[in-house]
Design a protein around this ligand. Structure first.
Ligand SMILES: [Zn+2]
Ligand SMILES: [Zn+2]
Length: 136
């Protein structure tokens, strides 16, 4: 079964639609404990079957400490949109779950510690965890 959840950033210039094969209750938003994410708090969700479609305006992009991933922000309101990178020629990533209108349906948040992983391990993990990112 395929379900769609919609969301937007605070200023509504960015709309997002997330296509998933399980309901939001089964997703545990991930909170990362690295320095970058502690300074830029966010909760993200993804799975390999997720299709994340963004429609909207401009992004500003920053990279975290090890430069492996791009963090996309709405260029107008500054809301965090998604994190992602190219993996094997395809843009993959995880979406900021707070953008979703029904984010209150999400499961409990969990803490993750990707800083304990080396670069290869991160890329491997993201390949198994991230969805397909479009339009950003
Ligand atoms: Zn915005
Ligand atoms: Zn982090």
């Amino acid at each position: 079964m395929i379900m769609h959840y919609k969301g937007s950033c605070s200023c509504n210039r960015w709309q997002v639609e997330v296509e998933v094969t399980r309901s939001l209750e089964e997703f545990n938003p991930r909170v990362c404990d690295c320095n970058y994410c502690q300074n830029n708090p966010s909760e993200i969700i993804s799975d390999p079957n997720m299709i994340i479609k963004f429609v909207g305006g401009e992004t500003s992009i920053t990279q975290n400490g090890d430069q492996l991933a791009n963090f996309y922000y709405c260029d107008y309101c500054g809301d965090f949109l998604a994190v992602g990178r190219n993996l094997n020629g395809q843009l993959r990533g995880a979406v900021n779950s707070s953008l979703l209108h029904s984010s209150n349906q999400l499961g409990e948040s969990i803490q993750i510690q990707p800083r304990l992983l080396c670069s290869d391990e991160k890329l491997d993990r993201w390949g198994k965890l991230w969805g397909v990112l479009n339009g950003i």
